[in-house]
Design a protein around this ligand. Structure first.
Ligand code: HEC
Length: 301
């Protein structure tokens, strides 16, 4: 063998090894937000290098509203919307939000997103932790995905005379058709993301909390410890006869069916609400599951 082909082969081996390593990382990091964060911190992507452990300790009492705005450039047949219009967060508080993208066409398309934070003087305090979506992203024909973005607003903003008066920050994303579609990761990796209790806590706060508290009855019964509790079993709460006489224990499957359609799950039940979105249901169930469970309710005879 001459040295020339050997060195080609050597380069090929190095390239193959690199691709395997990158592929492995991408697979790994698609599994959890915490892992995204570790990855981003390790690689310093999107300014996360500025993030120090001390930031976590300083979750300030001050709150700020973060609104989300999305646009799609002409020529990209995608629908792209924020799942939540806005969130109210404490400075320093880790927050997870979702954006939904749908490819309306019959072809696989690669999009590329640009983002912008307004007002500009708050931009440097807006720290994204999650960094895996919204660069070059491939989306199959008629697929819909939800992409997570994890961020926090640096509490140091409150001490900056220029930015201290800001009460609302808007994060805007615009998706364009990509000029460099080769090798873009597939957004399908977010379709089967694991249930996320932190996202579930937000769903609870946004929708369930209108009627439910964790520890006392409101319109609906208290939900702390509902996981593993018998249906219709909180003493003193005026359940519908249907739920009061239901004979099962709440688990993932029961909660899933209940939240999708309470009246189908327990005919005659009177919860005037259902949650269409499967990912939201999974998140909120994982949140309920993560709450401390009380001693099991004794079975009724
Ligand atoms: C508009 C008010 C309302 C909203 C919003 C609402 N619920 Fe309910 N929920 C009720 C009522 C009322 C009941 C009691 C139903 C009955 O007695 O048939 C109930 C019952 C329940 C139960 C049964 C508890 C038990 O002790 O057996 C669960 C679980 C539950 N809700 C979960 C949720 C979750 C999770 C959300 C948010 C995704 C939610 N609910 C949103 C009103 C609401």
């Amino acid at each position: 063998m001459t040295p020339r082909p050997r060195s080609h082969f050597g380069r090929f081996v190095t390239l193959a090894a690199l691709l395997v390593a990158v592929g492995g990382m991408t697979t790994l990091v698609s599994y959890s937000v915490t892992l995204y964060r570790l990855f981003c911190q390790a690689t310093g992507a999107l300014g996360t290098t500025q993030r120090v452990a001390a930031d976590r300790a300083v979750v300030s009492a001050r709150t700020i509203t973060v609104s989300f705005d999305t646009n799609v450039a002409p020529g990209l047949p995608w629908r792209f919307v924020p799942v939540q219009r806005s969130v109210r967060v404490h400075l320093g508080q880790d927050t997870l939000v979702f954006f939904r993208a749908e490819n309306l066409s019959d072809q696989t398309i690669v999009g590329h997103a640009a983002f912008n934070v307004a007002p500009g003087r708050a931009g440097r305090y807006f720290k994204k932790i999650e960094c895996f979506c919204f660069t070059e992203e491939r989306l199959g024909p008629h697929r819909t995905v939800e992409m997570p973005v994890q961020f926090f607003v640096d509490p140091r903003m409150a001490k900056d005379p220029d930015a201290a008066s800001v009460t609302e920050i808007t994060l805007s994303y615009t998706f364009f058709r990509s000029m460099h579609p080769k090798g873009a990761p597939d957004l399908a990796r977010f379709v089967d993301r694991p249930a996320n209790p932190a996202a579930g806590r937000q769903v609870f706060a946004e929708v369930c909390a209108d009627c439910h508290r964790l520890h006392h009855a409101k319109v609906g019964p208290p939900l702390a410890g509902v996981f593993g509790r018998r249906a219709g079993a909180v003493a003193g709460y005026p359940y519908s006869p249907a739920l009061a006489h239901a004979d099962f224990v709440w688990n993932t499957k029961r909660l899933e069916a209940w939240l999708a359609d309470p009246q189908a799950a327990v005919p005659g039940a009177e919860m005037p609400y259902h949650l269409d979105d499967k990912l939201r249901r999974r998140d909120v169930i994982s949140y309920l599951r993560s709450l401390d469970m009380p001693a099991p309710t004794p079975a009724r005879s």
